[in-house]
Structure formats: C-alpha cells, structure tokens
Design a protein around this ligand. Structure first.
Ligand SMILES: Nc1ncnc2c1ncn2[C@@H]1O[C@H](COP(=O)(O)OP(=O)(O)O)[C@@H](O)[C@H]1O
Ligand SMILES: [Mg+2]
Length: 503
C-alpha cells in the first residue's frame, strides 16, 4: 500500500575510501510499500550505499531522508530508530543460542526476554510466513531459516524499511520462491524492501521499482513491468554498448578481399577447403558461421599466408596475394585477431608495450626504419590502453596479469591500429566479460563505418547476426549457404551448420 511520503530519499550520496570512490552522486527514491531492487555488477557500490542507509558507514556527501524527515545516521541503532533494518550478506547470528535469544539479544527493552517476546516472535513469524520456532537452537537451522530469522529480527526491532543485501546468493531456487512469498507479505503490510541483487530474472520477478548502479553511481531507474533483462544488463555495464546490432549498412562497391575457388588440401591429398569464393567490400562485415572444425581456422590461416592453397586465388584489392607471407599481408593493411590469443596473440610474460610490437615490428610506430622504436611503441600502447579501456596497472605490466577481456581488448586495439583495410577477426569476444565484449563490438562497428572490411568468424550466433552484413555458412570446408542477417534466426543457421540435421 504505497503512501504519499517516500520511504527513503537518498540525494547526492558520496563515499570515498582510500584510493576508491565507492559512491558518488547517488540518488535513489524508495516509494513506501514497494520492493525496490538495487542492481549493479560487483563493485558497483551497492553494499556501501546500503551500509550508509543503515548507519554503518558515514557518507562524505549527500542527504538521507526517511519518511519525510532528514536524518543523520551515526550508527545502526540510530538507523533502527528511524525505521531502517538491514540483513547482511553474511549472517550475524549466535549459533549456540535459540531463535528467541537471538531475537531479543540487544533488544531486551522492547518486549523483554519472556512471554511478551515469545508472543511477538510468534506474531511476526505467523504474519509473514517465517515458520520460526522460538525455542530451537540456531545451529539446527538451515541457511534459508537463518535468513528468515535475520529478517524477523529487524522487524522485531520495528523496521519498516528492510534492506536485504544479495539475499538470494545463498539460496536454492525453491528457497528463493519462498523468500519472495515472504517479501510480498512484507510489502502488503506496508513495509518497503530494498532488494540488492545482480540476478536480473529475480529482480524482474520481485521488484516494483529498479535502480541501477554502475561504477559507484546511480545510472538509471526502470519499471519492472516494462523493463527487459537486456535493457537492465545494458544499464549495468554501460548503455551505449552491449548489442552487436549494427544500424545502417555501410557496404560500398570497393572490394577489399576476394577469394576465388580457393581449395586447400592436406598432406594426404584430402580437401580441407573446397572451392571457396567470397568478396568483402569496404564497410562490410562478412560473417562465417559453422560448427567448430569445419574449415574456419584453415580459411583464416590460408588468407593470412600461413597455408598455401592448392588452387584458387586470393586478392587484396586488385593485387594477387595468394602466395604472400603473413608479414607482407600485415604490412599491406590486414589486422588479425587470432583464434587462440594465448598461442598466437600475446607473449604472456612480456609487458604490454612489447606485446604492442608483436606482429607489427616492421611498421610505425613500433619501427623506425629498420629499428624497433621503443618510444613510439610505448606511446602507442598508452593510447591503446586509454582508447580501448584496457584495465591494467601500466604498460610495463606483463600481459599475463590482465584478465582475459583486457588481454583481448589489447589485441583488438593493436590490430585496429594503423587503420587496417581488412580485419580478420576469429572469435573476437570469446571468453571475455560482457563489458569487454560490448567494447569490442563497438570498436568493430566504428571501424566498419569508417570503411573497414571485416571477416568475422564466430561461434556466437547472436554476434554474427548482429554484426554481419552477410553470413556464409561453412560445412566440411565448403560454403553451403548465404544468409541475410536481418532475415535469419539462430535456429536457421543451426540447421544450415549441421547440413539440415538440426531441422
Ligand atoms: N571498507 C572499505 N574500504 C575500502 N574500500 C571499500 C570498502 N568497502 C567497499 N570498498 C570498495 O568500494 C567499491 C564498492 O564496493 P561495494 O559497495 O561492496 O560494491 P557492491 O556491493 O556493488 O559489489 C569497491 O571497489 C570496493 O572494493
Ligand atoms: Mg555488495
């Protein structure tokens, strides 16, 4: 039963720890009688904000208004007096005491420690469906029951605004359902619940309102009736980013890469690739779909001069490059994001700036005449780290110390440098987190708009459909179908990729 006065208003909240801005410019409004979800990736600042609302942390900036009254909360006791209770991620119960003893501990003044307390516990337990026996030892309780006891404890202390920090992290699905039943009861009784989570299905199932935090601040609100998981995920990681969807076509008439009848045989004379022909134009992304091991790697290695075709021609623009070496191809303007970044993409023990040189040792800014240009390479690595948001302590850090997503962003940044005319991208976002994936998509899209031609090999069909202008399906080394991404579904592709077996 939402009332006119908001349960909580947080305005301009800021909190700094040494070297970390945990919260800044945080604004949240919790309507009375609602379940309000606070969502965000790990480290977004959710717990810090809730500890501020519960008086555990003092904010450096901002104001807190509870039920219409401005408050300064110097301790949890003051928060409880103002009607706020919090259940932490790690429970704070005494195992060797009973439910009743845990409930009344520190709150003896409210209902004593005897029959009145027992009656109140029973009342709360019955009202909200907590199913708590006052005389059971806490050590006998499972996780879900302990959580219900923690919630009951804050209600016992008179909380009307209940903060639950990632309550479902410790529960199995059936227990989550049961908790949600409890939360709806709490709400129906006029309480407000702050539900912290990063699980979007749960949030959409239980919340009325949603506030999204990213990097310490609130970046948006959403209505759970209309929001989608995708929208929320976008807000959590940065809205500009995470769809592979390209908008308008940027395909031109200028052919950058063409293959004509390319066939590759192995040492026993068997065909690995059979009669492959394709064209990629300036501003075009050609996607290759296929079940792993159907010739994708061989196709890329043939184009990149690591294998020599037994028949057919490969042209870069007008130039026949069929027998060129990898280095010549790179110098002619091909960027190459390899399939296995650990084997072919990076020297893991070398610092980032040396990895910038890898494969680019003959061209500026890594080279000056015949010599390696150390300074140029270092400066350009700084540029890549900034432009591609490579999170690393510095350019002297070994590549090994970076997360997979940041390693991949470094490779993409390196391969896009020097404005290549053609990018061969094998699984460019495989194994990277959603933020890095979005950043990589964004860079490919931007380069495509600027005229880059891209050969995209990916096992992620949404990525292929989103980024590509045309999709070719490869099966046992042959192209078996051409699809228009706007008209094809992942199911259609799946069928073609298996030669119809999946139909
Ligand atoms: N007591 C603290 N001292 C120093 N840094 C902290 C402290 N509490 C949180 N942080 C930092 O503040 C940031 C936000 O953390 P937190 O509020 O726990 O995020 P979330 O709950 O969204 O995962 C993180 O970078 C975290 O390391
Ligand atoms: Mg947290």
């Amino acid at each position: 039963m939402p009332s006119d006065v908001d349960a909580v208003q947080l305005r301009g909240i800021g909190k700094r720890f040494p070297g970390v801005i945990a919260n800044h410019d945080v604004d949240v409004t919790i309507r009375s009688g609602t379940v309000h979800a606070l969502i965000g990736e790990n480290g977004a600042g959710k717990s810090t904000l809730m500890k501020i609302l519960y008086g555990v942390q003092r904010p450096d900036d901002g104001t807190i208004t509870i039920e219409g009254k401005d408050v300064v909360l110097k301790s949890p006791t003051e928060a409880i007096d103002a009607g706020v209770g919090m259940v932490f991620q790690h429970f704070m119960l005494a195992d060797n005491l009973t439910v009743l003893e845990n409930m009344v501990l520190g709150a003896e003044k409210l209902h004593g420690i005897g029959d009145a307390a027992r009656t109140e516990i029973r009342r709360i337990s019955d009202r909200f469906g907590f199913d708590l026996d006052p005389d059971v030892l806490v050590e006998k309780l499972g996780v879900a029951a302990r959580q219900r006891l923690e919630i009951a404890k804050v209600l016992y202390r008179g909380a009307r605004i209940i903060i639950l920090d990632e309550p479902t992290a410790v529960l199995v699905p059936q227990e989550v359902e049961a908790l949600f039943v409890n939360l709806r009861e709490l709400k129906d009784a006029g309480n407000s619940v702050l539900f912290i989570s990063h699980k979007l299905d749960e949030v959409l199932a239980i919340a009325d309102d949603i506030t999204v935090m990213r990097r310490g601040t609130t970046v948006g609100t959403a209505d759970s009736h209309t929001a989608t998981k995708r929208q929320l995920a976008e807000l959590m990681v940065g809205s500009e980013l995470p769809s592979p969807e390209t908008e308008e076509s940027t395909v031109t008439d200028t052919v950058e890469l063409s293959l004509d009848g390319v066939t590759l045989t192995d040492e026993f004379g068997r065909n690995l690739l059979t009669d492959l022909s394709l064209k990629i134009r300036r501003g075009e992304v050609l996607g290759i779909a296929g079940v792993e091991g159907n010739g994708q790697s061989e196709l890329v290695e043939t184009i990149m001069g690591m294998r020599i075709p037994s028949a057919g021609t490969i042209k870069l623009g007008d130039q026949d490059v069929t027998h060129w070496h990898t280095r010549q191809l790179r110098e002619a303007g091909i960027g190459y994001i390899p399939e296995d970044r650990h084997r072919h993409g990076l020297l893991l023990d070398a610092p980032l700036w040396e990895n910038r040189i890898l494969g680019h040792q003959t061209r500026p800014p890594s080279a000056k005449g015949m010599w390696i240009n150390r300074k140029g390479a270092r400066q350009d690595t700084e540029r890549i780290v900034a432009d591609y948001d490579v999170r690393a302590p510095g350019i002297d850090t070994p590549a090994r110390a970076l997360s997979g997503g940041n390693q991949q962003k470094l490779i993409v940044g390196r391969e896009m440098s020097g404005d290549p005319v053609l990018l061969i991208a094998s699984h460019p976002t495989r194994g990277v987190d959603v933020g890095a994936q979005a950043a990589i998509w964004d860079h490919i899209k931007r380069a495509r708009r600027a005229g880059l031609a891209v050969l995209l090999i990916s096992a992620d069909l949404d990525e292929l459909i989103g980024l590509s202008d045309t999709i070719q399906v490869i099966l046992r080394g042959r192209f078996v179908g051409t699809f228009e991404p706007s008209k094809v579904t992942p199911q259609d592709l799946g069928t073609a990729m298996t030669g119809g077996e999946a139909a």
